[in-house]
Structures are given as structure tokens and as C-alpha cells.
Design a protein around this ligand. Structure first.
Ligand SMILES: [Zn+2]
Length: 302
């Protein structure tokens, strides 16, 4: 069984996609053939990073640091693995052992912060044909489930920085604001917990990695508010105000949403006004609404 064939790439990765070659022909059981097919389709190189032969041997394809050409529209942030085969019954036990071993190796390298998927999850194809969920014992998030306890027990430290846990700075603050947790700019355990819980709520694999898709999901409620709300129709708010418009205000200020304009909301309003050069009262007038809504464009979250 192949060991240590996987080397973690520099680029950020949080998903692995499995494919089949769509051929049971022995003369196609090699990377050179797939490369030829892919080049004929206009790719610069074979699209997959790994190719698993019928005898269980794992060959390398495209360099791991390169983005694959394998799942149209879903290549960024992924690793692509192809098993040689077409008919469901013709994949071999040796191949299954090899994909299990390779997947575990990848899973370990990412402290389980990575999920495994079939090509068909993102396209109308049957690829990879075989029952990969069963072979890899995947849970509903595509998690390997074999060594999950490892990630819970591990004190994530230096190694995890590139997974986002451990990151610091303005981007982390933004994330924390969107999660409505204390924005100290430190991606620590509390942030990780909030991220995992958010991702679970959205049926995503609960890793700590924040992808563009997660940013979009985080920003979505705010963006929807921006679309439907006309500042001219929003009422002036002050301490003691209640209701939907206060909820919107709190949403826009990235604070706890309870619909009650209390001391904390007042404080945040004042901070916002000072930051934007206004007299620090805790009243929200039309020009403040305008400013709050104007700031929340999608490009602020990417
Ligand atoms: Zn495929």
C-alpha cells in the first residue's frame, strides 16, 4: 500500500474530489493516456493529481500545487483523484484499499479539516460510479470519519495556521463580526467553534477553513437587508426603540440581534458615528441609515 505519496500543497485546499476514468480498457490504465485525452480537450496537462490503477498502484498526475482541471466550476481549493474504471463491478479491492490509504494520508495532513466528495455531487455525471461514500465511510459532510477524534484531541497549533485557525488581523475581525462574536482579530478556539457551528448549520463540512462560499453565506442576511431596505423609509431610532428596524440596525452593526435598542446598541451607534465623523449621539437618523446600508456591499466580504 502506498504511503507518504501525498505532500501538502502551498495553495489552500479543503475538498477532495474522486473521479473514474470511464474506461475498463487495460491499455488506458496509465496517466499517459489520461493526459493525452485531457490535452486533446485543451487542458495544459492531465487534470487529476492522482491516478489509481486497477492493481492499486497510485501514480501522480498534475503537480499537487496546481489547481486541478476536473470538476468544472469547482476546481479551486480541491485535490482531484481518478480511479481507473467504468463499470461499477469492475473497480478492484486493491483500488479501494489504495483510495482509503491515500484519503487517510490527506485527511491526516489536514487534521481532518478536509472533506471528500464524488464528482457527481457537483455535476450531472455518474462519476465516480463506485460507491465512494461506502468505500471511504464518509459521513454526510464528506468527512472520513475514521480519525475524527484526532482533530478533537489535537491542540491545534502552528500547523493549523494555514487552515485559518491561528490567523490574525483585520480579516479575522471581519469574520468575527459576521459571526457576532467578540472581534479581537484572533482566530482562536472560540472563533473556530463559532465557524464550525455556522458551517454545520449550512450543511457544510465543519472545518475551520473560511472559503469564499462561507464568506458569502455569512454576509447573505445583511446583503438581503440592503436590497430590500430603502433608507428613506426607515424610521429614526433611539434608545428604547424596538422592532424590525432595530433588528436591521443590529444586523448592520454586527451586534447581537434582539430588536431592542439598549445600551450596547447605543454604544455601537455612537462608535459608528464617531468613526464616520458625526457627532456621537445614539440616535440613528436617515443619513446614518444611508451610511450603514451603503457600507455593506458584497465586495466588503471577499
Ligand atoms: Zn469525474
Amino acid at each position: 500500500m502506498a504511503q507518504n505519496i501525498f505532500k501538502k500543497p502551498q495553495r489552500r485546499v479543503d475538498r477532495v474530489f474522486l473521479h473514474c476514468s470511464a474506461s475498463d480498457n487495460a491499455s488506458h490504465d496509465n496517466v499517459a493516456t489520461i493526459r493525452r485525452w485531457h490535452k486533446a480537450r485543451g487542458f495544459s496537462d492531465v487534470g487529476y493529481h492522482f491516478f489509481i490503477h486497477k492493481n492499486g498502484k497510485i501514480s501522480k498526475g498534475r503537480p499537487i500545487d496546481k489547481i486541478p482541471a476536473a470538476q468544472h466550476g469547482n476546481n479551486t481549493g480541491t485535490i482531484a483523484i481518478c480511479l481507473h474504471g467504468l463499470k461499477k463491478g469492475k473497480f478492484t479491492q486493491a483500488q479501494f484499499k489504495a483510495i482509503q490509504s491515500l484519503s487517510q494520508e490527506i485527511n491526516r495532513a489536514y487534521f481532518s479539516n478536509i472533506s471528500f466528495h464524488g464528482h457527481k455531487e457537483v455535476s450531472a455525471k455518474a462519476c465516480p460510479v463506485f460507491d465512494y461514500k461506502k468505500v471511504l465511510k464518509l459521513d454526510k459532510y464528506g468527512s472520513l470519519g475514521l480519525e475524527n477524534s484526532v482533530v478533537n484531541d489535537i491542540e491545534l497549533s502552528d500547523e493549523a495556521v494555514e487552515l485559518d485557525y491561528g490567523d490574525q488581523g483585520e480579516e479575522v475581525k471581519k469574520l468575527q463580526k459576521l459571526l457576532r462574536i467578540k472581534a479581537d482579530g484572533d482566530y482562536g478556539k472560540k472563533t473556530l467553534k463559532a465557524v464550525k457551528s455556522f458551517k454545520r448549520q449550512h450543511d457544510l463540512y465543519p472545518s475551520g477553513v473560511i472559503t469564499k462560499k462561507v464568506w458569502e453565506l455569512l454576509a447573505k442576511p445583511i446583503l438581503e437587508n440592503v436590497r430590500v431596505n430603502d433608507p428613506a423609509k426607515l424610521p429614526n431610532l433611539k434608545m428604547g426603540s424596538r422592532g424590525k428596524s432595530v433588528e436591521l440596525l443590529q444586523e448592520l452593526l454586527f451586534i447581537k440581534v434582539d430588536g431592542i435598542f439598549g445600551a450596547n446598541t447605543g454604544k455601537k451607534v455612537m462608535e459608528f458615528k464617531v468613526k464616520n465623523g458625526y457627532y456621537p449621539s445614539d440616535i440613528v437618523e436617515q443619513h446614518i441609515w444611508k451610511l450603514l446600508l451603503k457600507n455593506k456591499r458584497i465586495d466588503n466580504y471577499e
